[in-house]
Design a protein around this ligand. Structure first.
Ligand code: HEC
Ligand code: HEC
Length: 193
């Protein structure tokens, strides 16, 4: 065992303890050491958005696609989206009124504009107050983060097809981790080579 590895582990473990104390669940410890952000700063949290902690949401809104974390869109977007489920991106995703109400409450209570997680704040800040995007992938923040990806890597990539498939490239998306070191574009060994 070399020293730096032990050091990394002890930092990872103490961060895990701190996060545990502030009530963040679903933290998975791993031995990749990308907490260091440079300039003497260490990443506060390995998670970019709060993970989904609602089984009903995962089941209902994760049956056709990845269950997007509520912290990826502001409350006004979730309200609009939940109000139009019968025509949801050309699909019918309608729910009965009580279920829709319950999920809307979950989404809005944990929305980007009420969350302190890094990406939630970034997404919120990138939007004008009267902007009500129905997609995460059309927000200014998202576009800025993905502008280097070509159509060949996404739309025309038979293994991806759409930016909506976060989990295909972000290997730890389900845990709420979207960090650029945990990305792999299917079919591309090193997307930024
Ligand atoms: C019947 C299938 C189906 C169900 C159920 C469904 N969706 Fe979707 N959803 C879609 C399709 C299709 C798209 C468009 C995907 C694409 O463009 O590749 C989409 C896209 C989205 C997007 C935009 C993703 C982006 O590009 O940023 C959000 C947000 C979303 N859905 C939220 C929800 C929520 C919340 C629920 C649960 C209430 C839900 N969906 C249930 C089919 C569904
Ligand atoms: C085709 C693969 C692909 C898909 C699909 C994709 N991403 Fe990404 N994403 C990337 C890559 C590659 C980067 C790193 C870009 C860079 O560093 O220039 C990235 C960066 C990010 C970042 C910034 C990370 C950082 O460290 O700055 C966030 C946040 C993010 N993606 C969220 C999402 C979300 C949410 C979705 C789904 C709605 C998604 N991505 C879909 C490939 C993808």
């Amino acid at each position: 065992m070399n020293n730096s590895k032990n050091k990394t582990w002890s930092i990872v473990l103490s961060m895990g303890l701190v996060l545990g104390l502030i009530g963040v669940s679903g933290l998975v410890l791993s031995d990749d050491d990308d907490e260091y952000e440079g300039n003497g700063r260490w990443r506060q949290s390995r998670l970019d958005v709060a993970p989904v902690n609602n089984a009903f949401y995962k089941e209902e809104c994760g049956s056709c696609h990845f269950p997007y974390q509520p912290g990826l869109l502001p409350a006004r977007s979730w309200q609009k989206l939940m109000g139009g489920l019968e025509d949801h991106f050309s699909e019918n995703a309608e729910l009965d009124a009580a279920d829709a109400r319950q999920l809307t409450a979950y989404l809005t209570a944990n929305a980007a504009d009420t969350s302190n997680y890094k990406r939630s704040r970034g997404i919120s800040r990138s939007l004008a107050k009267d902007d009500v995007p129905l997609r995460i992938s059309t927000t200014r923040y998202f576009k800025r983060k993905h502008h280097e990806l070509s159509a060949r890597m996404v739309k025309n990539n038979p293994e991806v097809r759409s930016f909506s498939n976060c989990q295909l490239c972000h290997t730890r998306a389900a845990q709420g981790a979207y960090n650029e070191h945990q990305v792999k574009v299917p079919g591309y060994a090193g997307w930024d080579d």
